[in-house]
Write a protein that binds this ligand. Structure first.
Ligand SMILES: Cc1cc2nc3c(=O)[nH]c(=O)nc-3n(C[C@H](O)[C@H](O)[C@H](O)COP(=O)(O)OP(=O)(O)OC[C@H]3O[C@@H](n4cnc5c(N)ncnc54)[C@H](O)[C@@H]3O)c2cc1C
Length: 374
């Protein structure tokens, strides 16, 4: 039987959270995920506390041995400040986090289909979804939670997909036992910035975002590490003292921070598929989970309230999404502009050095309040 109440495309944080929330109401749900679990992902792996109580209320068991409550920020030449993180977070690898949600989904009898979705059609109030093998599935709702950029975006004719994006993300785990458990460090370098923080396994995650032009000039990753990253004294020390645990770093290209639609041809987009905040804010995962909660609640509302129509649901989702995330995305964009401008970032650092309160205010502006548990 290939007919479901809800089909979710993408089994990352947004997709699995949507499915777990809806499974509490006993809907039939299928999640399509093209990769086998568990798997690593390019991500800073700082999980804001704003989503922890909610994920736990879905029955997801999270490792809590790495509690992060301090931040250190440095400019290209190594000027630095540190600040307390008002809400704080956990250091959890995506390998462990996505897998924890997946394991809970299996226990909840959610159908996980290890296939790549290639097309979505909506006709006569029914969705038709096909995978790479040409198998067809139907549902009343489709949730698009397939991440930053996908061939499906082209098929759905989404505006942002035709604009090239200059950003590349790179990540690997390293061994460095002296790295503090409670710290997330953010270091600037020419053309980008990188984050360092510990994960539940004790490994330090080093994840950076860099413009393609800065990367291309150095021809390969080794030279980039030597000639660009190592110019920041903090990164130089880290790279010299640590040992990489991955065979080679993971990377993704074409990371787009452009505006996206929240609903496309009746597909409800959530997580990065609806919009991505600049990574240094450490809030993308929180937004993915929070948007999943919104989608799940609205779908449940639709199924339980006979007069609640699809077009109203879509309108409500769009309004809620922008009301909840609009400001933090905007603040993130302004801060990223400052961070990546060497002259301005140097002056900004002097300014905030004299006002630790301002740092806390800025961090708070890129985060939300803890979301209510289910
Ligand atoms: C460099 C960088 C650093 C970051 N650091 C942080 C951080 O420290 N803290 C933080 O909170 N956020 C961070 N983020 C943001 C965070 O990684 C994302 O916001 C988060 O992963 C979004 O989750 P998602 O479920 O929307 O997407 P994803 O986690 O990307 O999940 C999408 C899933 O869909 C699957 N998929 C795609 N297409 C298909 C298809 N056609 N069929 C089936 N499956 C499909 C993919 O395999 C994938 O598993 C960072 C982002 C970047 C780029």
């Amino acid at each position: 039987m290939n007919d479901y109440d809800v089909i979710v495309i993408g089994g990352g944080l947004a997709g699995l959270t949507t499915a777990l929330h809806l499974s509490k109401y006993h809907y039939t749900i299928a999640v399509f995920e093209r990769l086998e679990y568990p798997h690593h992902k390019v991500c800073g792996e700082y999980v804001s506390m704003e989503i922890v109580p909610y994920l736990e209320s879905l029955g997801v068991s999270l490792p809590k041995n790495i509690q992060i409550n301090k931040m250190l920020l440095s400019t290209v030449n190594g000027n630095s400040i540190s600040a307390n993180l008002p809400l704080g977070g956990l250091g959890i690898s995506r390998y462990a986090l996505d897998y924890a949600l997946y394991k809970k989904a299996i226990l909840q009898d959610i159908t996980i289909i290890s296939e790549h979705v290639t097309s979505i059609r909506f006709e006569d109030h029914v969705f038709n979804v096909s995978d790479t093998n040409g198998v067809n599935y139907t549902s009343k709702f489709v949730v698009g939670a397939y991440g930053k950029r996908e061939a499906l975006d082209k098929k759905l004719n989404r505006g942002f997909i035709n604009r090239k994006s200059p950003w590349i993300g790179v990540k690997a785990h390293y061994q460095l036992d002296t790295f503090p458990d409670n710290m997330v460090e953010l270091h600037n370098f020419r053309g980008g910035y990188g984050g360092l923080s510990k994960t539940e396994s004790g490994a330090v995650n080093f994840c950076y975002l860099v413009s393609y032009t800065s990367f291309k000039k150095e021809k390969n990753m080794e030279r980039f590490h030597q000639n660009v990253l190592s110019k920041n004294p903090y990164l130089n020390k880290f790279l010299n003292e640590s040992q990489m645990l991955f065979e080679k770093p993971l990377s993704i290209a074409q990371i787009s921070f452009g505006k996206k639609s929240t609903v496309e041809n009746h597909v409800l987009m959530c997580g990065d598929t609806a919009g991505l905040i600049h990574p240094f804010c450490g809030n993308g995962m929180a937004m993915a989970v929070h948007s999943a909660k919104m989608v799940a609640e609205l779908i449940h509302h639709y199924f339980t309230k006979p007069n609640y129509k699809r077009h109203q649901l879509e309108k409500d989702y769009n309004t809620q999404w922008h009301r909840t995330f609009g400001k933090r995305i905007w603040v993130g964009k302004q801060l990223q502009g400052i961070l990546l401008n060497e002259t301005i970032s140097h002056s900004a650092m002097q300014l905030i050095n004299n006002s630790p309160y301002l740092v806390s205010r800025l961090i708070t502006a890129t985060h939300g309040r803890p979301i209510d548990p289910l």
